[in-house]
Structures are given as C-alpha cells and as structure tokens.
Design a protein around this ligand. Structure first.
Ligand SMILES: [Zn+2]
Length: 88
C-alpha cells in the first residue's frame, strides 16, 4: 500500500499544519492500488485560504495544459489521416 504523505508544514508560513481528514481511493477510474490520502490545513485561516487558491490555480493550469496537449494530439492525428487519405 502506497502512502501519500501530506504536507506537515505550511508551504507558505512554515507553521505546522493541522490534520484535517484521511481517506482512501484507488486513483483514477478506480484502478490500481489503494492510496490513502491525508489532508491537513494551516492553523492560520487566512493563510490557508491563500494556499488553497494557489493550489486551485495550479490545478487549473495543469488542466489547461492537458487540454491543450490533447488538442495538439488530435490535430496531429487528423493531419496525418488527411495526408494518408491524399496518398491513397
Ligand atoms: Zn500557513
């Protein structure tokens, strides 16, 4: 069983974070090993809010990059197909 270590120290202010909750899941599409997650929060509410926003921003950016990658791959495969169609 793989254990995911939650942040024990706030990345922003360096305070020890408070344990919030623990849960388990099997990753994407319920496949693979069960991973236990731990969520902790900063004792400073205002700080936690900022950290949360930063994480959300990072997630959004990652989603955007992935969407763009998918679009590029799709575009490439379409171009390839149309070229092949021209050849044959
Ligand atoms: Zn903090």
């Amino acid at each position: 069983m793989q254990k995911v270590q939650a942040f024990s120290i706030c990345i922003r202010c360096g305070k020890t974070r408070i344990f919030l909750k623990r849960w388990k899941d099997r990753g994407e599409r319920n496949k693979g090993t069960v991973i236990s997650h731990e969520e902790s929060i900063c004792p400073d509410k205002e700080c936690q809010k900022i950290v949360d926003e930063k994480f959300q921003e990072m997630r959004d950016r990652r989603t955007q990059t992935e969407e763009r990658k998918k679009a590029v791959i799709l575009e490439r495969s379409l171009t390839k197909k149309s070229k092949l169609a021209l050849v044959s």
